[in-house]
Design a protein around this ligand. Structure first.
Ligand code: FES
Length: 124
């Protein structure tokens, strides 16, 4: 897969108009994480009620892949229990993007930034 193949239209659209973007005041879980390769940052916020995620948002800056991944991943977290989100595997997070990044480790790191942020938030 050529590098440019990962920039599918829906990814560019999410980059321009991200979903679940913003800050949650009084979030129950929050973490920011940097991609050491490029210095880009994502900050995530979770609001939990009755053991389940009722709101999930992100802020930050990064490439199209990281922003699209965060948009989709925040939506994926909503409604899930804390137990469920603790068990999310990287394959699950990558599948949300519907593109094959297996031969593109740099872009895979971008795509996994939201999951890394989630793991950090759950430890906080
Ligand atoms: Fe920085 Fe993708 S290049 S997060």
């Amino acid at each position: 897969m050529a590098t440019d193949d990962v920039y599918q239209e829906f990814i560019i659209e999410l980059y321009k108009n991200p979903l679940n973007f913003g800050k949650i005041d009084n979030a129950d879980y929050r973490a920011e994480i940097y991609n050491a390769t490029c210095g880009d940052m994502i900050e995530i916020y979770l609001k939990v009620q009755g053991g389940a995620v009722i709101e999930a948002k992100f802020m930050g800056k990064g490439c199209a892949i990281s922003q699209a991944s965060a948009s989709l991943f925040m939506g994926y977290l909503k409604g899930k229990t804390l137990d469920d989100i603790r068990k999310i595997r990287k394959e699950e997070a990558l599948a949300l993007l519907k593109i094959d990044l297996s031969k593109n480790p740099t872009r895979m790191k971008c795509a996994l930034l939201p999951l890394d942020a989630l793991r950090k938030a759950l430890k906080s």
